[in-house]
Structure formats: C-alpha cells, structure tokens
Design a protein around this ligand. Structure first.
Ligand code: HEM
Length: 394
C-alpha cells in the first residue's frame, strides 16, 4: 500500500531516495500543500508553497511543549533549556542573538583545513578487499564534530566524551526517536550537555546576553552542525563518485557541495506556527495551527528544477534552493557548513585520494526532520597512480 502521510513516507522509504521524494510529492498533492494527520499540521511540499510559507509574516516560531507525564523534572529542565535557544524565538531578541554569533561562526573556517588534513592523512589506502570501513563513523562525523567543537573551544577529549550525548540530542531534533526510552535519553543529553558547557569558564558572554541563554545557544551551535554537515559530505562522496569518473576538478567542488545539499537536503523539515489566521494557496490556516515546510521536497520539485532527481553539477535555470531555509531564521552556520565540506573534499583531492563508497551497502537512518546515515562502507583509493598526473588519468 502506498504511504498516505509524511510519517509513513519516511518509514516506508528509508533507503530509496527517489521513491522517498516521489512519495512525499504524491502525498503533498497537486497543490503541494495539505493537512497531514501524522504530524498534526499543515505540510508544504512544493517549491512555491515552501517559499511562500518561509516568507509568510503570519507564521512564527513555536516554543516546545514536551510530554511531562514521565520523568517530569528531567523533561521540564530540558524543555526550559530548549526554549531558551534561538531556534524557537523570533523578533528583535532573536535577531540580536544571531548578530552576536556571526563573527564567531566566520572565524572557524580557516581551522577546518588543518582538521581535514589530519583526517585525510589518517586514512589507510590499501587493497580493495581488506580496507572497507564505515567512513561515516570513522571520518565524516568526527570531522564535522571537530570543526564545531574547535569553534566553541572544546578540547578533543571533551568532544569525544560529549559525542554520544550530542548524537542523542540530534536524534530528537531530527525526529528519529522511536521509543520513550530514546526520548528520555535525549532529554538527559540536553541537560547533561548544558551542564558540561556551563562548567567551562566561558568568560566572554557577549553584552546583552544572559549567561544561561548564551549557554543554551552554544549548545544549539554544538549540535546543529554535526549530523547535517556529515550527511552533506556523505551525499557529496556518494554522488561525486559519478562526477569523478568524468574527471572531477578542484574548481567543481563547490558545485558538488551545493548540488549535494539540493539533491538530498540534510535538514528536511522546518516547523512554524500560525500567529494570525491567514489564507495561503487556497487553504485557511488558523491561529496556533502547526505548519511544516518540507524544504527537502521543495529542493526536489520538478517544477523548480529541471531533472530534479538527477545530480547535475552545472544547473541551468534552477529555482532558489532552500536547503538552509530563508529569511531571518535561515541557517546562521551555512557558510561554515558549506566551506568545511568543500575543504574536506578539496583536501582529499589534493592528497590524490577519494573515498570509494560501496553504494549497495550504504544504510541510512533518517527522521521526519533530518536525514542521516547509519553507515557508509567505503575504501580510500588513489585517484591516479603515483608518477602520473591527474589529467592523464581523468
Ligand atoms: C549542511 C549543514 C547544515 C544545514 C543543511 C543546515 C540547515 C539549517 C536549516 C534548514 C535551518 C532552519 C532555518 C529556519 O528555521 O528557517 C537551520 C537553522 C540553524 N542552523 Fe543550520 N544547517 C547546517 C549546519 C549548521 C551549522 C554548522 C551550524 C552552526 C555552527 C548551524 C546552526 C544553526 C542554527 C543556530 C540554527 C537556528 C537559526 C535560527 O533559528 O535563527 N547549522 N539550519
């Protein structure tokens, strides 16, 4: 039976990307906008609907109201921290917080080169049958994690000890939790991570920021760039493989990253709430109703992108991509995410290496809001044999 709701689409198509997007467009219908019972809210799936929803002044962010029937104290504490993060805020307070972060987010780009070099140098290059390893866990997640942790001033030891808690929190945000136990683990992770960050002596709390709010946003920065950037790199390596066969040049790496973001967007769903009644694309949206903007489906809308299901480096007449959102809440970490991904791929190419993925063995772990990999088996290969030039072999 074909899936009838977003939750069913995600569950039914965990590995088949094309069918996943096709089925989401199918449930979105011709309008690309409908009420979806499984998420108890409006769901926008077409590119034009998503653009209008992202720009709609009558929609705003929503504070979280978590179930408090089990482990009330823990969940309340986590909810308090989550509701002090910029992701649930709008207006002047939200904008002021973002402004404080922008110089910090810009400052860490140069460091990603050194971090990428260490990762690439540690990759074993060897015979086909013995060197297959899960590169997602071995290189991509640690790389994304190190770039952000460095920016926040965490040591490698601190990063490694916090990593399992970061993963638990990311699963919650991505909508990947499948049991009450996992939910409580995620709540514990939020409180634990906040507690650990508060023990570090961050003396430079910017003016106008409460220390508690600064820590809450620091926690958001820590987790926001983990799975998303690692997933982007995974897609770039899997799809970039075909480009490599045609001879991938360093100048094209930026295009690989941008197309990977569009082709299978790491963040799929953006949530909003109706602040004032409004009619959009023929639907009457009432105050306090939830609205979910499926930017993943919008980026694969055939009405906005020619051959939307193909990985194409030089796109002619492409619509606006929405992979980082749009407007005042668009991802503030977008340049660090895109740049660090480019740096990683560039470092691989410069070292004459690529990660050759065993596509049939790739396993995903996706939620309704965010994509993820369970494992990417691959081996490190030389792009061209020593002594030969890249051009001779491309
Ligand atoms: C490929 C990687 C990434 C993707 C695809 C991505 C995508 C997104 C999207 C779609 C949003 C929601 C925008 C909205 O609500 O309208 C968002 C928000 C956010 N992202 Fe990212 N992101 C990535 C990496 C990062 C990194 C590396 C950081 C920080 C270092 C970061 C920090 C944030 C923050 C703080 C927000 C909340 C912004 C706000 O509410 O104003 N993201 N991101």
């Amino acid at each position: 039976m074909k899936p009838c709701s977003l939750v069913e689409c995600v569950a039914a198509n965990s590995e088949d990307i094309d069918e996943y997007y096709t089925s989401i467009h199918r449930i979105g219908g011709a309008d690309g906008f409908r009420w979806d019972e499984s998420i108890n809210g409006w769901l926008g799936t077409s590119h034009s609907t998503c653009v209008d929803l992202l720009n709609c002044q009558n929609l705003g962010k929503n504070r979280l109201a978590l179930p408090l029937d089990v482990a009330k104290d823990l969940v309340e504490a986590a909810q308090h921290i989550l509701n002090d993060q910029m992701m649930v805020m709008d207006g002047a307070g939200h904008d002021a917080r973002r402004k404080r972060w922008m110089p910090i987010l810009r400052s860490c780009a140069p460091q990603s080169s050194a971090i990428a070099k260490i990762a690439v140098d540690s990759m074993p290059v060897g015979p086909v049958d013995v060197r297959l390893e899960d590169i997602y866990a071995a290189y991509l997640q640690p790389y994304a994690s190190r770039v952000i942790s460095y920016m926040l001033g965490l040591t490698e030891l601190e990063r490694v000890s916090l990593f399992p808690f970061i993963t638990a929190y990311v699963r919650f945000l991505d909508g990947k939790l499948s049991s009450e136990k996992e939910f409580l683990e995620a709540m514990y992770a939020v409180v634990y991570l906040y507690d650990q960050l508060s023990k570090k002596s961050f003396e430079d709390v910017p003016e106008g920021y409460r220390r508690e709010s600064w820590l809450a946003d620091m926690l958001l920065m820590l987790i926001a760039g983990h799975e998303s950037t690692a997933y982007l790199l995974g897609t770039a390596l899997i799809q970039g493989r075909r480009c490599l066969q045609k001879g991938l040049e360093r100048a094209q790496i930026r295009q690989v990253v941008q197309e990977a973001l569009r082709f299978d967007s790491p963040v799929q769903l953006i949530g909003r709430v109706v602040k004032d009644d409004v009619t959009l694309h023929g639907k009457h949206l009432r105050r306090n109703e939830k609205v979910f903007i499926h930017i993943g489906a919008a980026n694969r809308d055939p009405n906005a992108f020619e051959n939307a299901g193909d990985f194409v480096l030089r796109r002619q007449r492409a619509g606006t991509t929405l992979y980082f959102g749009a407007g005042p809440s668009a991802c503030p970490g977008q340049s660090i995410a895109a740049q660090s991904a480019q740096v990683f791929l560039d470092t691989l190419l410069q070292a004459n290496r690529w990660l050759d993925v065993d596509i049939a063995a790739v396993r995903r772990r996706s939620g309704i809001a965010g994509r993820g990999f369970a494992c990417i088996p691959a081996m490190t290969v030389h792009l061209w044999s020593e002594g030969a030039s890249a051009n001779e072999n491309s």
